[in-house]
Design a protein around this ligand. Structure first.
Ligand SMILES: *[C@@H]1O[C@H](CO)[C@@H](O)[C@H](O)[C@H]1NC(C)=O
Ligand SMILES: *[C@@H]1O[C@H](CO)[C@@H](O)[C@H](O)[C@H]1NC(C)=O
Ligand SMILES: *[C@@H]1O[C@H](CO)[C@@H](O)[C@H](O)[C@H]1NC(C)=O
Ligand SMILES: *[C@@H]1O[C@H](CO)[C@@H](O)[C@H](O)[C@H]1NC(C)=O
Ligand SMILES: *[C@@H]1O[C@H](CO)[C@@H](O)[C@H](O)[C@H]1NC(C)=O
Length: 447
């Protein structure tokens, strides 16, 4: 008989004790909001799985400024606002174009219309004459769509000193249709406020980042719905020391590779000390571009390609077997992609969550570690056991293939209490664990 070998694994984190110098960039409050409709277009040949919980920032648009709330999305390009027009409830127009003296519709034909939008899945196009509108059309994985015109106006970022006013292109959306826009009304959140627009933050030509020449931005997402902070521009040294991973570039266009995403190299996945036995080829984009890993503030949970997902599900379930009872219902899938599910009373699961094995997404030079409560999501409305004493919980990692995606996506739920910096200047993304509630207080960005 061999003696069993006990492996001890120490996960060392850098303390987040950055000294609070005043930031040189713009500080904005960042909030997690529940929204009822899915508002995001899929990229070319790639259906992005969306979720109705999003990060939002307050912005003032136009002259005089109109207050709007925009979803912060590092996974998409063109910013847009629901403009004047009529929408099915619960949507309401966010922005009255006629009420802004600085509003300008992009004319057609023009290079602005035909060239600037070249990175978009569906580039802007000239309306049929005699109209001279430059149309933008966003279509959705769930068969909903948004249409409008390409326009410019002034965006005023008001969160901190100094306020910054920039002119930017955006989609002024005048028609939005959705098969899923129903007001379920169960959340107590102001739906109309949550769904007024989107701030596109990827690396495409028409993204807010590219248009404003932002070379660096960072955020710290507080857990729950507490305020977080978004820093545009130089962070002035307020962030803790970060571990960086390089952005992946590929030279030739590939059908399933999003070249304007924040793409990083996933090198492995660990559960506790166990590195999952996943071949490197599964973690690397293939000849079609499928299999890239994106850091995306516009998606809530994290998605893994099927092989990696299966390995994670098996190892996590095995390591957690003394703490969590598997749901044991083979047909149960939460939101079409989450089927590593468990059952148990809230109090017991809450107590167990601190003992669960940490899941680490190992990137080149950095790691995104997920532990404790961030590992599980309680499925709303699902009760089990006598008198409904037990809730249903699913691992907050989903199966990309089940969601119709061909990429790994690191969503914002797993970026809670992490400083995440997008350093375009140096082509890298940085991560460091942090107390985001404290960082937000320190930077005075509390809502
Ligand atoms: C998302 O929306 C659906 C239907 O509108 C709702 O049933 C579900 O609970 C929502 N999810 C969250 C996390 O709020
Ligand atoms: C917009 O928000 C600012 C800051 O919260 C506030 O002072 C201002 O009154 C608001 N403007 C409108 C038109 O609601
Ligand atoms: C919306 O505003 C634009 C720009 O002012 C205007 O051309 C258009 O007619 C308006 N549409 C509606 C439905 O009010
Ligand atoms: C939009 O602004 C115009 C011009 O100020 C105004 O006449 C119109 O009533 C406004 N529309 C709404 C819905 O507020
Ligand atoms: C939403 O909830 C509020 C408060 O409970 C209620 O007054 C309202 O009628 C509800 N709206 C819908 C569309 O169910």
């Amino acid at each position: 008989m061999e003696a069993s070998l006990v492996l001890l694994c120490l996960c060392v984190f850098l303390a987040s004790g950055g000294e609070g110098r005043s930031p040189a960039g713009t500080v904005l409050p960042l909030q997690v909001r529940v929204q009822e409709v899915e508002l995001e277009a899929p990229a070319a040949n790639r259906l992005r799985f969306r979720h109705n919980v999003s990060l939002t920032v307050p912005v003032a648009v136009g002259t005089p400024p109109q207050n709007v709330t925009m979803v912060l999305d590092t996974g998409s390009e063109l910013s847009w606002l629901l403009c004047n027009g009529s929408y099915a409830p619960p949507l309401t127009p966010a922005f009255n174009a006629s009420g802004s003296s600085s509003y300008g519709a992009v004319p057609c034909p023009s290079t602005a219309c035909e060239w600037r939008g070249r990175d978009l899945p569906v580039p802007p196009f000239c309306d049929t004459p005699p109209s001279n509108a430059c149309r933008v059309s966003l279509s959705y994985a769930d068969a909903s769509s948004a249409d409008g015109v390409l326009a410019t106006d002034t965006f005023l970022l008001t969160g901190g000193a100094p306020p910054v006013a920039v002119g930017a292109y955006f989609g002024c959306i005048t028609s939005y249709s959705s098969t899923t826009a129903t007001n379920s009304n169960g959340t107590g959140t102001d739906v109309s406020e949550a769904a007024t627009g989107l701030l596109g933050m990827n690396r495409g030509t028409l993204s807010f980042v590219t248009q404003t020449g932002t070379r660096r931005f960072a955020y710290c997402i507080a857990p729950g719905e507490g305020p977080g902070v978004l820093l545009l521009g130089d962070d002035g040294g307020v962030a803790p020391p970060l571990n960086y991973t390089p952005l992946i570039e590929i030279s030739q266009p590939l059908p399933y590779f999003d070249r304007v995403a924040y793409s990083v190299q996933l090198e492995g996945i660990r559960v506790g000390c166990a590195l999952l036995p996943i071949p490197k080829s599964v973690l690397t984009p293939d000849h079609t571009g499928a299999g890239q890993t994106m850091v995306d503030s516009g998606t809530q949970f994290t998605f893994l390609l099927a092989d990696a997902y299966a390995a994670l599900k098996a190892e996590f379930t095995s390591q957690a077997r003394l703490l969590l009872a598997p749901l044991g219902e083979p047909g149960f899938v939460f939101q079409g992609a989450f089927d590593a599910c468990f059952r148990g009373p809230e109090a017991r699961v809450a107590a167990a969550s601190g003992l669960l094995p940490e899941v680490g997404l190992v990137l080149r030079g950095a790691e995104v570690a997920v532990s404790g409560e961030k590992l599980l999501n309680m499925v709303p409305g699902e009760r089990r056991g006598e008198g409904g004493a037990e809730a249903v919980w699913c691992l907050t990692f989903g199966n990309s293939d089940m969601a119709g995606m061909s990429a790994y996506v690191i969503g914002h739920h797993h970026q809670q209490n992490v400083w995440v910096e997008y350093d375009l200047q140096n082509g890298r993304v940085g991560f460091a664990p942090a107390r985001c509630d404290l960082a937000t207080q320190r930077l005075g960005a509390g809502a």
